[in-house]
Ligand binder design. Sequence first.
Ligand code: G4P
Length: 537
Amino acid sequence: MTQTQAESPARLKKEAGRRRTFAIISHPDAGKTTLTEKLLLYGGAIHLAGSVKARRAARHATSDWMKMEQERGISVTSSVLHFDYAGFRLNLLDTPGHQDFSEDTYRALVAADSAVMLLDNRKGVEEQTRKLFAVCRRRRLPIFTFVNKCDRAGEDPLQLLDDVERDLDIKCYPVTWPIRDGTRFLGVLDRASGKVHLFEKGADHGQSRTEAQIVDANDPVLLDLLPSGALETMEEEVALLDAVGATMDEAAVRSGELSLTFFGSALTNFGVEPFIKHFLAHAPPPASRETSTHEIIQPTDPEFSGLVFKIQANMDPKHRGQVAFVRIVSGRYEPGMTVNIPRTDQRLRLAAPQQLMARERVSLEEAWPGDVVGVVDRGSLRVGDSLSTQPGVEFTGMPRFSPEHFASVKMEDAMKRKHLDRGLRQLAEEGTIQLLYAESLTGPIPIVGAVGMLQFDVLLARLDAEYGVTARLEPLPYRVARWVVGPEARMRAVGTAIGRKLVEDAGGKPMVLFETEWSLQRAAEGEKELRFHDVRP
Ligand code: G4P
């Protein structure tokens, strides 16, 4: 341990304690970009919101991957945004959506300590939210729900909460409750303080910070400000929540069983600031992590340790370097420090420390548990690697997620078979795609699998640029994959039925591919001796 590390336990405790590292989980169009921008606005990281449109246009650009990276700029490269609020340091991890949805989206949740579930008030829980929620649930992450777009009429809030609770099997505790006059949104009641925050559409379309007018719920002036019917409805609904709704339970919030729920409108800024305040009061600081030898590493452990949760290769086409995104688990990060990589038994000097803030890469002097640093290296790191100044620290818990898109790989030039095989193997090891093998009379046939289609674009671009292989993908009809555990004969029976395929992953674990969710359900119900897993067992 270096002198500086030994001297600063109090500083380490303080810095770790004020970090809040989280991700937003939502379905495309729920307003994630808008909310992110408003969080930055209130955190003082930007002063005028409003580049959302430009960004949305850029997000739809495809073409080759490297160019895509540059064009998409903020949506792909800004893997983490950080800002300060009321003495806290907030780290917001990006969960790419739309066609950027990939295994990285899930991996961001493995690096987060809590999640904000953003819902459109007309749509409630949608498909992508459901998938991301499942990952949060497995990690028992605390989840905060923000019901967005309340400035326009949506589903009845009681019904919406009921749907969320049933769909996700979670309890919701509304911290704020919307006040409406028919379909018109008037404000929210903060249940803890008994204050009403009145909604007013700002003159500048939410570009700058706004302060809502706040009135005590018992103040008679409210009767002049709001239609009496709206107040009565609000009182009835809140009485109902008090009587039969979930009760506030801090332990249940921490274990992800109870979601604190907020109503607001990111576009008009309404409800954003109260949300940040309540979020900071309840979201957990950086968590401890377990190692493969069942040791628990606390954030305040003086030795530095971190987990690689994402690799971005070839951001600069002139260099073959890559940036590994490291979530710091414990200790203080110093520029130039040397760490152990237990997977390869190598030591690595973290030479070009960077914190990635929007498009600029800012060189860092130090970083603390909960922070994410970008480490530039020449390919020695992989997703899931642990780094530590102490030897032998290997974290568990960077799972492989079951792919949802499958394709076989076709090559223009059969002479390049070996290059292709090597490329596929290495890119699979890096976590770019998953490599599966199907049996055939001529030997195993490679199949590539991905969580999102973007991973396939990246695969083809990198096979071409780095391995000199021009390949094509032929889509396969499977949509669902499950790792399967049980007697081999039963696996074969299930995996050779029509619409299914038995394969092995790159590590030799058996998987079954299904064309439909329904086909999986039938197999799961009919085969009591088999266990199906959506994360690698
Ligand atoms: P995403 O990142 O989750 O995909 O969503 P994004 O923030 O891009 O928002 C999707 C659409 O929803 C945008 O409208 C955005 O303006 C709108 N939106 C976000 N928050 C609110 C809100 O609180 N209230 C209302 N009424 N709308 C909201 P768009 O028409 O698709 O794009 P634009 O032309 O406004 O940029």
